[in-house]
Design a protein around this ligand. Sequence first.
Ligand SMILES: [Zn+2]
Ligand SMILES: [Zn+2]
Length: 529
Amino acid sequence: MKKHKLLASFVLLLLSTKLLAMPTDYVVMRWSEQAGLSVDYHQIVDLPANQFVNKVKPAEKSVTLIGHDGTKLWVPIKQFLYTRSEHHGVEHIAGQQFLNDELTFVVRVKHGWVKSLLLPDNHSKSSVKYNWQQLLDSAVEKAPQQLSKAGSSTEDNRINLLFLGDGYTIGQQHIYNQHVDNAVKYMQQFEPYLSYADFLSVDRLFISSPESGADKPASCFSPSSFADTTFDASYCTNNIKRLLTVDYSKVYAAAAGNPNWDEIVVIVNDEEYGGSGGSFPVISTNTLATDVFIHEYGHSFTHLADEYTSPYPGYSACSDINGPACEANVTDVTDRSDLKWNYFIAQSTPVPTPVDSGYNNLTGLFEGARYLETGMYRPKHVCNMRNLGAEFCNVCREAYVLRVYDVNYAAGGKLSLIEPGTQIPVNSSPIGQVSVPMNFSIDTLQPSHDLQIIWFVDNVPQSSVNSSTVTQSFVLTPNQVGTVSVKVQVKDNSPMVHNSRHNELPIFEHEWTLNVQPFENYILKDGFE
Ligand SMILES: [Zn+2]
Ligand SMILES: [Zn+2]
């Protein structure tokens, strides 16, 4: 028996109306055991309502928001505990992880909705309840309401990747733009990012710094040097030379200028090798920086584990046998029938798989992963989550595609393969006439491979095609008076997701109910009446 869930296919209904932007509290908060909770920044921005909060309690650490009507919403604060650095070595990369003394996080929620906020139980013996309005009133910095963000609904139907720069002076904006362009261009050479390039919306903010570069403290650098920058970028965090970090709270506050971000990336204008992950990737302009970014995005967006073996003292263990479950790309299971990526392994490949030139390019079960030499396994000998700059393995690619459709973002939650607002007729209950052909169409959000498109009339399939054409249309000529349903379904049977899991991918649909009236020949009427 395969362990992965064989879920029935599910259908997501596309909202035919554009979600209205409304006043949203954008709040940057800071919490530590010693100081408790404080609010660094509050701004009211215009966003679609409650799109950045979970309606179901997530598995990861979260804060709970309680509405005036008693209902609850959750904001995950996963990843805010650790800082990770990636080091480019000959054989592998190494990570280090530090427990941050304080958590910095952003809450984006409909203005006026929240009554109180509960801190998670795991951060204090008993959970602490805060009055929301008092929290907002206590904000250290209060920005005025931002004007409506001029964006289309299509723009929200994307993974919004927001770049910010630190250590760029006012005259260096063109250099900053070049660095962002290079990072994006490099990223999109790699699968799975290449196939899903159009799913990304790359946004950038430029905030100049008084000086170029970043701090290089004396405990790691000789000679030491300091730069006055907007986000306080510094190497040598926790006395690790290459561990480059910024002031998370200041970055989150600045990101309010482009408040619908899904992922943040900070580029620090210094060529010294360094970077960090955790809340968001921070990279330098060293030539290896974009490799670090791609790898970090594997952690922050896809929730992949490191596949290398350098020890990482104190890292919490995982087990697919006893729990808590491991990330998609690592496992401690060695029984082939229970192995979660067994469908990618050829019958002729032994499990576990010896490191041998005959198998190194195949998917198997290779020992050594997630900071352990033994007892933990990875899917391929070489993968980007093990070696910076390498290709991602099949399992990591599949995990990305599944994640793309699972994340809560964009217009009201999930991303849609039917672009919001593109349906023709716009009206879901249009009027037609007997014997008069009527055209129906939608535009798709298109990966580089074909999507499956099925048209239905009164729930009877009329045509099914695999197509890469963005505009998909269907003509119906009604033959009798009454109502008739016309429906289109769009699905991504991605070649990067194994066939046996295609039923876990969502189906997106749009339906019109056509009201068919008797045929009237207006020209004849005009002529003879
Ligand atoms: Zn890593
Ligand atoms: Zn991998």
